[in-house]
Design a protein around this ligand. Sequence first.
Ligand code: TMP
Length: 209
Amino acid sequence: MSWEKLKGKFIVLDGPDGSGKSTQIEKLADLVREKGVEPVVLRDPGGTTIGEEIRQILLNPAHEKMSVRCETLLYMASRAQLYSQCIEPALQKGSCVLCDRWISSTYAYQAVAGEDGKEFILELAEAALLRTWPDRTIIIDVPTEISRGRLGESLDRMEAKSGSFHQKVRNGFLELAKGRDDFRVIDGTGPIEEIHEQVIEALGDYVNS
Ligand code: TMP
């Protein structure tokens, strides 16, 4: 099995809070490194000094008055910085970029659950970002009652939103993935190793030939 095709590829793991993406990104990074490809692991929002500051503003539970439009623009601003400062240079060097969340999250949280307008958000992403879509987006799907049960006691501003908001977030991810051949949806309810196997399978054409 050759992993060379992952060089210069931009791979995103996304899904609801509590879907286990961060654990899976770390496991995938270890494997990719073992196979001789340099992984660059990033998170959105964040990953740069500017982005981490924007992240603090976004997730601070004290900012209860933040409008959805403000959220959308801040998430997009952090992402614009992340792409130009980290992602594009890493891809040009031939690294494999593994990013925790991307525009799929803005679609699920702000466009679908927050009702900020699906077309608006997709058009904004096209205008604001040097590149909108990763080579592959893997959505880790988990029923809302399970993903909510995995969260700790101290919730950030987004995690603290209602169960029905998070149900809409899940539906948003599934809706976006439908009919797109750059997306894969995997089942995030099983043991960590089983989900890891599904992540590898979801990279299919990049690691199989
Ligand atoms: P994280 O804890 O998985 O890093 O994500 C931070 C929170 O921000 C999480 O609740 C999902 C939310 N989020 C959005 O609402 N819109 C976005 O575009 C992104 C990237 C994250």
